[in-house]
Ligand binder design. Structure first.
Ligand code: AMP
Ligand code: MG
Length: 280
């Protein structure tokens, strides 16, 4: 309801036509109660997933610098039991990583059954920054769209629930956030001249993102475009999307836990029966 979901390949996407601001008339106070109840629901769903171990959840976060990838991780992870989550940030590849195919470093961090993985950046950097900064020739990065679709399809085939979020901020909002970092001594450590260099290529990145959204959206691994100029709205939008995606699995997970409970109870009863029948 809060996000634009692209769940088909080759669907037309114009980022400039998609809102970066929250819907008019909605305030932080309006969604506070909803945030709390969704947070509880997500915690419960995670517990069922953990016990049932039939699926895993992969959450991919992408967006321009300052779009709020870290903020979303903080909020979503804050709703979850740390026991079952793995947060991974993907930066400039190491020498070892560059000596492998581009999916190698990502695949080893995909979630095991029962668990969540939260990716701060991902394999998509290999068709974004690599493309815009010409770190690889076009013939190489173009092939990657197909590899990415196949890779995500493989994950889905193995019962990974894939959610991909593009945190959509405006260029003006990014400037405000970068300047705010400079003004506030407590956030100055985040200053990075490369953020300003990357910003010069804003339009190239938006074009590259549009291609990603067009070419790597499928029914099972859709992209969700989140208006991210406002932090509270961004958080509720992501949380709502995660809960709405996982909710339909609740019955399956609950049934699996019920079966496990019955099996365990029966085994225990049998064990006690044998104990009683043993000669003393
Ligand atoms: P940050 O997310 O601010 O810690 O920055 C990580 C940096 O690593 C960003 O500038 C990304 O563009 C860069 N990065 C991530 N993946 C790749 C990649 N595959 N190739 C080149 N640079 C990358
Ligand atoms: Mg950065």
């Amino acid at each position: 309801m809060y996000v634009t979901t692209i769940d088909q390949k080759d669907q037309k996407v114009r980022l400039s036509e998609i809102d970066t601001d929250p819907p008019k008339g909605l305030s932080k106070e309006d969604v506070e109660a909803r945030f709390a109840s969704l947070s509880d629901e997500l915690f419960t769903l995670q517990d069922l997933l953990w016990g049932a171990r039939t699926h895993s959840v992969l959450i991919v976060l992408q967006g321009m610098d300052t779009a709020g990838k870290d903020g979303v991780i903080k909020h979503v992870a804050g709703c979850l039991n740390p026991r079952g989550i793995n947060v991974v940030s993907f930066g400039v590849p190491t020498k070892e990583e560059l000596e492998h195919d581009f999916l190698w470093r990502v695949h080893r961090h995909t979630p095991r059954k029962g668990e969540f993985a939260l990716f701060n950046r991902s394999h998509y950097e290999d068709v974004l920054v690599v493309r815009v900064n010409e770190l690889a020739p076009e013939s190489i990065w173009k092939e990657r769209f197909g590899h990415i679709r196949d890779f995500e399809e493989l994950l889905c085939e193995h019962d990974t629930i894939v959610l991909k979020f593009f945190l959509h901020i405006s260029k003006g909002e990014q400037e405000r956030r970068l300047l705010d970092r400079e003004k506030d001594p407590s956030t100055a450590w985040k200053l990075n001249v490369n953020d300003w260099r990357t910003r010069e290529k804003w339009n190239d990145f938006q074009d590259a993102y549009e291609d990603v959204l067009r070419r790597c959206s499928t029914l099972r691994a859709p992209w969700h475009i989140v208006p991210a100029n406002s932090k509270w709205f961004r958080n509720i939008a992501v949380l709502t999307t995660i809960v709405e995606t996982l909710r339909p699995y609740r019955k399956i997970w609950q049934r699996k836990l019920d079966d496990m409970g019955q099996k365990g109870t029966a085994e225990l009863a049998e064990y006690r029966k044998q104990l009683r029948s043993k000669p003393v």
